[in-house]
Design a protein around this ligand. Structure first.
Ligand SMILES: C[S@@+](CC[C@H](N)C(=O)[O-])C[C@H]1O[C@@H](n2cnc3c(N)ncnc32)[C@H](O)[C@@H]1O
Length: 223
């Protein structure tokens, strides 16, 4: 299918204007809540609540946020928490935004930005206590491979929390995926069944998927 060249859209690595708009929507709840409710039929507060889990980690923990985007999940991190927070994204521009957000929240000393492709993470097996992956899997060309990599870098007993557009979650999902793919912004997407089976295949257990609008919020634990 031919790619559409829509001004403001394009692959994430090209830093399309859409990326800046998306980040603005998640960092400005006053407008973002309405945009999320109307656009994907879910509450932005669910994303904030999931990110809050980061704040419960003990000192010395290691977290991977992939894709970190503009750093919305750093709102879960507490000043002086003394953890190592790797913020990974394919876009340097998004990493710069993450660091700006982390500075504003007083947590920049704990955040380490790294340009990374989720399909081939340059981290050791079992390196992380927690991986957070919000609103990411549907953007990737190969979400199955992304889940394999996320499973690989989690330590046994480590937790995964994340969210993704799911093809079967809502009437909105398919049209969004078709347009997003043609605009070079989204990947093939995934269904709830694929998410659950790919997580299990990647060594994750206690898998829970909570669907809200077009988004599935998932949690799992590394065996
Ligand atoms: C919709 S944003 C979500 C960002 C953030 N987690 C949030 O919830 O605001 C998707 C992000 O995925 C990043 N991305 C796209 N493809 C990627 C890849 N192959 N590896 C790593 N990051 C990627 C983009 O640069 C963008 O920042």
């Amino acid at each position: 299918m031919p790619r559409l060249r829509i001004p403001g859209f394009g692959s994430w690595g090209e830093d399309p204007l859409w990326a800046t708009f998306y980040d603005w929507s998640v960092e400005n709840p006053r407008f973002g809540r309405a945009i999320w409710k109307f656009g994907v039929g879910t509450s932005l507060d669910k994303l904030y609540a999931a990110a809050a889990e980061i704040g419960s980690l003990p000192a010395g923990s290691k977290v991977l946020d992939v894709p970190c985007g503009g750093g919305v999940a750093t709102r879960g991190l507490k000043p002086g928490q003394n953890i190592t927070y790797i913020a990974a994204d394919i876009s340097q521009q998004m990493l710069d935004k993450t660091m700006a957000a982390a500075r504003e929240r007083g947590v920049a000393d704990q955040v380490h930005p790294q340009v990374s492709d989720v399909h081939n993470l340059h981290f050791a097996d079992g390196e992380f206590d927690l991986v957070v992956s919000f609103t990411g899997l549907h953007c990737f060309p190969d979400p199955h491979q992304a889940i394999r990599e996320i499973g690989r870098v989690l330590k046994p007993g480590g937790h995964l929390t994340g969210s993704t557009l799911l093809l079967d979650a809502s009437w909105r999902s398919k049209p969004m995926t078709v347009v997003g793919k043609r605009a070079n912004l989204l990947g093939p997407g995934l269904t709830t069944t694929q998410l659950e089976s790919w997580l299990a295949e990647a060594g994750l257990t206690s898998i829970k998927v909570d669907i809200s609008g077009a988004i599935g919020y998932f949690r799992a634990v590394r065996r």
